[in-house]
Write a protein that binds this ligand. Structure first.
Ligand SMILES: Cc1cc2nc3c(=O)[nH]c(=O)nc-3n(C[C@H](O)[C@H](O)[C@H](O)COP(=O)(O)OP(=O)(O)OC[C@H]3O[C@@H](n4cnc5c(N)ncnc54)[C@H](O)[C@@H]3O)c2cc1C
Length: 308
């Protein structure tokens, strides 16, 4: 089976999501090619070539792909897809943007957000905000799949697959890059962090998140939030964890002043160890927590920080 993976990369660096999609693909076949579409993205291509299991890297290094506009990337992928039985990408903001377009251009259904490969045509994926797992079978001749990366370990590196430059240069001319505003932070990215401390409505305001930031900095972790905290304007929406936010599965997730609504759990319940701090002993978050502390967060977070 021949497989094409679309690499996730930014600022010249390959993102670990790509390694996880490779792991998902290993169950489908052994001829695994990775496409790196971008501009000045040679370093990302070299990193992709080093992933164990990758047999070839295709690099489309053209101005048309500089900002990875979904319309241009989708057209490129659809053109290349003829030679492959599977096209896979991570179910990230960018994967969710261009992959449905690829599926539409190829006139097949997208198989979204898979968490396991059961057989060559059968996959498991969460539905109802993760409260049920559906087993889906596809009869499409070509399978366009997005992968929930928290469900797969990252493939190791150590090989050196050949890198082939593509001349295909497709600018659909229907979208242009205007600007991007990047969050500058010394902390790890939420989806890549092995420790996350998140705050909810119980934090009362944005200033109080400084307490969580101090703990995060001591632990080398990232800071997340519930949607209630985001909607109340305490913090920016790129920090939201949950069904409509980021899906995370760190080694340690500390939920502070978060009730544990199913939409929040959908984004973090696969974390390896969950700690909940809430003053309401009946809060649903305690049902998924490995360690629960019934306490006022304003009493215990400063103590936790000083102990650390
Ligand atoms: C379609 C849809 C999608 C959604 N997507 C998301 C999503 O992606 N992510 C998400 O988080 N939510 C999402 N929600 C919202 C979700 O339903 C909840 O409303 C939200 O998660 C609640 O956030 P919260 O726990 O911070 O607030 P609350 O439910 O108000 O809970 C606050 C908690 O803080 C505790 N608390 C208060 N003061 C203190 C204190 N001093 N010390 C200790 N504990 C204290 C309270 O006991 C309470 O349990 C979605 C909802 C819908 C309908």
């Amino acid at each position: 089976m021949t497989i094409l993976i679309i690499a996730e990369h930014a600022q010249g660096e390959l993102k670990p999501e790509t390694n996880k999609v490779v792991t998902a693909s290993l169950a489908l076949g052994s001829e695994i090619h990775v496409l790196v579409a971008g501009y000045d993205c040679k370093q990302a291509a070299e990193s992709a070539a080093a992933i164990l299991g990758v047999t070839r890297v295709l690099i489309a290094d053209k101005p048309a792909y500089q900002y990875q506009l979904a319309e241009n990337v989708a057209a490129l992928v659809a053109e290349l897809a003829g030679g492959y039985e599977y096209v896979l990408a991570a179910a990230t903001t960018s994967g969710k943007n261009f992959m449905p377009r690829v599926a539409a251009l190829l006139d097949v259904e997208q198989i979204s957000d898979i968490i396991a490969v059961e057989a060559a045509d059968t996959f498991k994926r969460p539905v109802y905000a993760g409260n049920a797992i559906a087993t889906v079978q596809s009869t499409d001749h070509k399978k366009v799949i997005t992968v929930r990366t928290t469900a797969f370990d990252a493939a190791e590196v150590g090989e050196s697959a050949p890198v082939e430059y593509l001349e295909t240069d497709i600018d659909m001319g229907v979208s242009t890059f205007v600007a991007e505003t990047l969050t500058v932070s010394e902390r790890p990215e939420l989806t890549a962090a092995s420790i996350i401390i998140s705050g909810g409505r119980g934090m009362q305001n944005g200033d109080n998140f400084a307490m969580l930031e101090s703990v995060a900095d001591k632990l080398g972790g990232a800071v997340g939030a519930s949607r209630a905290a985001v909607d109340a304007g305490f913090v920016s929406n790129d920090m939201q964890v949950g069904q409509t936010g980021k899906i995370v599965a760190p080694d340690l997730y500390i939920a502070v002043g978060i009730s544990g609504a199913i939409q929040h759990l959908a984004g973090m319940k696969d974390s390896k160890v969950i700690v909940a701090i809430n003053k309401d002993e009946d809060a649903p978050i305690f049902q998924v927590a490995d360690y629960g502390l019934v306490a006022d967060l304003f009493d215990v977070i400063p103590v936790l920080e000083s102990q650390l």
